[in-house]
Structure formats: structure tokens, C-alpha cells
Write a protein that binds this ligand. Structure first.
Ligand SMILES: *[C@@H]1O[C@H](CO)[C@@H](O)[C@H](O)[C@H]1NC(C)=O
Ligand SMILES: *[C@@H]1O[C@H](CO)[C@@H](O)[C@H](O)[C@H]1NC(C)=O
Length: 402
């Protein structure tokens, strides 16, 4: 096993910028392993651009023991037009990572469209520290490289689930300007100023140490004056142009703030928020919402309340695109699968591209039609209403970067 594993790792090593990243790429597998049963169908050509539905790059993170949840979430949000990068963090074993990649290969649609990737070399994700934002930027850089056409980058964790079909999401985003970012943000820091903004911390995850708790320095630092500090939800939907701005470094601001946030607590709740709102190019592009349904206990704890069947009606009425967080295999996920996604176990959520006759023994997505059309279902209307409220100029002006 050890030799085999090493060989797999060597074979698929890919270098991005100066960071060495290992990706298990489905398309690499196809070209290198002709003996794996060849796909029964050719994928239909995918068209990108403004006259076609938008495409999304999903970055989905999980930890040790999360393989099944990641797969379930992948099935629920899958569409051939999108790209998916799955990251099992350093707490998961290499065996789990390989198992995930091999399981994905067995699903004909993932294999044929070649748009699902598993990060082979994990990052350490220290919840409170900057290793989280470093991993997100790394994932965005990988996704920018893998696919040159997606419009939005969406972060999800294995505890999240969609409340809409992939067709619903693409349909509603079709009428949205593709340079908008969806970031829940505020500059009203309140109690966070003392407890979150002023402490100086060191995240050992960045230095590859074993220890996985952040260190607190005994000194605090004043709230910065060189830029305005924004904070909000760590779950974001970012435009391609904004991420190119953050990663390509043609302006100093993203780099300067990254240095500042390296020693901040929970930078994933502030980094994109502060960069977008302090940048003259992007501060009119931030829509103040994370598009998630999240319930906090009162008083709030570190993690939101676990949603269950009693939350179903409110969750659906909210019109949000995603909800968090759920326990593994909570029964409410089965209800979402059945009523909203029309998805059976181990099958992707069907969309207009799935044209096999639907009956209880065939997967509608075992036969493919045109992947460039989407057909919204009943839940799309609630999301459309939510979106038009968010984009309504008079509301948006009032909440943007304030
Ligand atoms: C759902 O969550 C609520 C609040 O935590 C709890 O009171 C209730 O018992 C849970 N219901 C089920 C069916 O688990
Ligand atoms: C936008 O919001 C304002 C104020 O809430 C409301 O009066 C107006 O009807 C809304 N416009 C649209 C197009 O929804």
C-alpha cells in the first residue's frame, strides 16, 4: 500500500504558482487509466459566457471522518457546468483522501465531465486562525487555474446542504451581474472589537506545527486606522474578478490586509469583507448577504445551532440557497432530497440535462441532454424574491460597506 500510495502521489503532482499542490484529477485518471471502463456517453459540449447560465466553482471542506458527508453534499450540488474542489483537511488520513478520489471515479457522470477534484495535499485548518483563509485563497487559486470560465466561487463545509437544485441556483444567478460578491458584512464591531479585532494571535497551522490551537500574544493592538475593519459571516460567494484581484496581486491592498490578518482571530470572518469594502474597484460590488440559512443560539456560541426537521418550514420559507449546520445524516436532509432536490441516494440532483426516463429504478442523470440549459423548480421563485430584495438599489445602497 505504501509504495502504491507514493506512486499515486508522484504521478499526480501539479505545481501551482510556487505552491506544490497535489490534485487527484478525474480527467488525469481518464487519460492515464484507459482500462477503467470507458464512459458510455460523451459529455455534451459546455458553453460559457454571458448568453449561457453562470458556472460556479465550489470549494468544499471537511475533516477526518467526513468522506460520506462530502460525497452526499457533492451529489446534492452537482452540475456538469460547475467545478468542484474537495478538501479533506490535515486531520483526515491519506487513506480517506484516496478513498474519496476513488469513490468519485466510480460515478460515471463525475468521471465523464471531469469536473470534480480532490486536493491531495491537505492544509491544516485551524478554526480560529489564519490557516483557514490561506487554504481558501489556495483553493481559489487552484480553481482559477483548473477552469478559466466559472463566474462565482462558493465556499461550503461538509455540515452544509443546499435548499435549491443546481438548476435553481444557476437560473436565479443568470439575472445577476457577474461581478457582484455576496458577503455578509458590517463595520459595527460591537463586542468583537475587544475580543476579536484587538488580540494578536499566531496560528501554528501556518508553520506546519503539530499543535492546532492558536497562541495569544499578551499585548493587544489598536483597531487599525489605515483601513476600515469589516466583519461578518465566513461563508462567501465571490466573483471571479474579485478573486483575481485578491490573488494576482496587481494592487497592494489584498496583500497588505493579508499580512495584517495573519495575526488576527477568525480572519475568515473579516478578510474578504475588509478587502472588498476598502477597495475603490469593489466596494460597490458587495451584496450584504451570505445567502445561507443559519440559526444562532441565544446567547450565540462558537457554532450555530444544528438544524433538524423542526426547522424545515422556516428554512424553506427563507429562500436561502444553502443552510448550515446539520448533523451527519440528519433526517431533515432526506426530506430536502425528496421534496426539493428530487434526488435518490447516491444520485446527483437531477436537472434539465438529465433526460433518462424517470422511474424508480433508473437514475434520470444516467442519460445526458444539453447541459447548457437549466430548468428552475418551485423553490427557485423564493430564491428569486430574496435575490431581488438584495439587489434592489434602495436597500442595497443602505447596507453596502456600512
Ligand atoms: C430539533 O432541535 C431543537 C432545538 O435544538 C430541539 O429542541 C428538538 O428536540 C430537535 N428535534 C429533533 C426531532 O431532533
Ligand atoms: C425596492 O425597495 C423599496 C424600499 O423598500 C420599495 O419601495 C421598492 O418597491 C422596491 N423595488 C423593487 C423593484 O422591488
Amino acid at each position: 500500500m505504501a509504495i502504491e500510495k507514493k506512486w499515486v502521489f508522484t504521478l499526480f503532482s501539479v505545481t501551482f504558482i510556487s505552491i506544490t499542490t497535489l490534485l487527484f484529477s478525474i480527467s488525469f485518471f481518464i487519460s492515464s487509466f484507459a482500462f477503467i471502463s470507458t464512459p458510455t456517453q460523451f459529455p455534451s459540449p459546455i458553453q460559457y459566457g454571458n448568453s449561457y447560465p453562470p458556472s460556479f466553482a465550489y470549494y468544499i471542506t471537511g475533516s477526518g471522518g467526513d468522506t460520506d458527508r462530502l460525497l452526499r453534499l457533492l451529489f446534492a450540488v452537482y452540475h456538469p457546468r460547475n467545478s468542484y474542489l474537495l478538501h479533506l483537511d490535515a486531520d483526515a488520513s491519506d487513506e480517506e483522501r484516496i478513498q474519496l478520489a476513488l469513490t468519485i471515479l466510480k460515478v460515471p457522470v463525475f468521471k465523464s465531465f471531469g469536473n470534480v477534484y480532490v486536493l491531495g495535499k491537505p492544509d491544516r485548518l485551524v478554526y480560529m486562525g489564519s490557516s483557514n483563509i490561506a487554504a481558501t485563497l489556495h483553493a481559489a487559486a487552484v480553481l482559477l487555474k483548473i477552469n478559466t470560465a466559472w463566474d462565482w466561487f462558493i465556499t461550503l463545509s461538509s455540515a452544509d446542504y443546499p435548499l435549491l437544485t443546481p438548476d435553481d441556483i444557476a437560473h436565479v444567478f443568470s439575472s445577476v451581474r457577474r461581478d457582484l460578491n455576496f458577503i455578509d458584512h458590517t463595520s459595527d464591531l460591537g463586542w468583537k472589537e475587544y475580543q476579536r479585532v484587538q488580540p494578536i494571535v499566531v496560528d501554528p497551522g501556518i508553520y506546519l506545527a503539530r499543535r492546532s490551537q492558536i497562541f495569544y500574544a499578551s499585548e493587544k493592538r489598536p483597531t487599525p486606522e489605515a483601513f476600515k475593519f469589516f466583519t461578518g459571516s465566513p461563508w462567501v460567494t465571490l466573483s471571479r474578478s474579485f478573486l483575481e484581484y485578491c490573488i494576482s496581486g496587481w494592487d497592494d491592498l489584498p496583500r497588505m490586509l493579508l499580512m495584517y490578518f495573519t495575526n488576527a482571530i477568525l480572519p475568515q470572518e473579516s478578510y474578504f469583507h475588509s478587502v472588498s469594502c476598502n477597495s475603490p474597484e469593489f466596494n460597490t460590488m458587495s451584496v450584504n448577504s451570505d445567502l445561507r440559512y443559519i440559526v444562532w443560539d441565544n446567547p450565540p456560541t462558537m457554532e450555530p445551532h444544528f438544524l433538524n426537521v423542526t426547522d424545515y418550514d422556516q428554512m424553506i420559507q427563507s429562500g436561502a440557497a444553502f443552510a448550515r449546520q446539520f448533523q451527519k445524516n440528519d433526517p431533515v436532509l432526506n426530506i430536502i432530497d425528496k421534496k426539493i432536490l428530487m434526488r435518490s441516494r447516491h444520485q446527483v440532483a437531477p436537472g434539465a440535462w438529465c433526460i433518462a426516463l424517470k422511474n424508480w429504478w433508473t437514475d434520470p442523470c444516467s442519460k445526458w441532454g444539453d447541459v447548457n440549459v437549466v430548468k428552475p423548480g418551485p423553490q427557485a421563485e423564493k430564491f428569486r424574491v430574496l435575490m431581488s430584495g438584495l439587489l434592489n438599489d434602495s436597500n442595497a445602497e443602505l447596507s453596502r460597506c456600512k
